[in-house]
Design a protein around this ligand. Sequence first.
Ligand SMILES: NC(=O)c1ccc[n+]([C@@H]2O[C@H](COP(=O)([O-])OP(=O)(O)OC[C@H]3O[C@@H](n4cnc5c(N)ncnc54)[C@H](OP(=O)(O)O)[C@@H]3O)[C@@H](O)[C@H]2O)c1
Length: 237
Amino acid sequence: MLAAGHEVTVWNRTSAKCAALAAAGARVAESISEAVGAADVVIVCVSDYVALRALLHVPSVSRLLLGKTVVQFTSRTPSEAHEGGAWAQQYEIDYLEGAIFCYPPSIGTEEATLVYAGLKSVFAATKDLLQSLGGQVVYVGQAIGSSAALDLGAVGTFVPGAVVSFLQGAALCKAEGASLEAYLDLVCKHALPTLAVATMKSSVEMIALRDFAYAEGGGAPLDVWVGGLKLATRAID
Ligand SMILES: NC(=O)c1ccc[n+]([C@@H]2O[C@H](COP(=O)([O-])OP(=O)(O)OC[C@H]3O[C@@H](n4cnc5c(N)ncnc54)[C@H](OP(=O)(O)O)[C@@H]3O)[C@@H](O)[C@H]2O)c1
């Protein structure tokens, strides 16, 4: 943001963490009230929603945000996102729920993907500023819980499930003396991009059609995968 020429005020509970940004030209606020008072657009990202509530959802701070825009990046459940939306409405704050789909070093680079939900007019008014946070700026619509659902679905559910499955497969290969390099290669080059992606694509159609034997999209029907899982379970036994 500084590199893009924006005026930036930063605040962190541990003020030493602001030093690098101060050296890069940011103004350091002494308190959260001073920080939100200084900005037209407030971007917040703390550990969890409990911390966010304690920081922002207090009347003395909320009142300072009247007519401003808050872009919220803290990980949260969809119902917490709804809570944030209601809070913003109560205090007449323009509000976007953001979700971060990258690691911190990618922020500000072309590799970053950041997803936003909220009023289209708020997104349009903030888009140029948000562009300086990352290359892929994705607007997913007005439903305030949708970025949280996409975040929890893709990162919170799919990735850990895939990693646990990967580890289980690695254990199976290791027990049998199969090459772990070959396993990694097969998963990355074939199982994931061809088999899994094709099935995920047809799964979206399965769900829409409520037809779980559907396989016309190129993936296998669910019972084929259930059969595969039963075989893998027998291998564990
Ligand atoms: N790291 C990632 O790759 C990544 C990717 C996507 C999404 N996220 C999400 O982004 C959020 C932040 O993650 P992070 O990796 O930046 O975590 P982090 O490095 O642990 O930073 C957490 C921040 O929250 C502040 N904080 C915590 N409790 C607070 C409180 N009660 N009052 C004031 N400040 C408080 C901390 O302040 P102090 O410095 O004083 O402790 C720190 O600035 C999380 O919700 C995470 O799920 C992270």
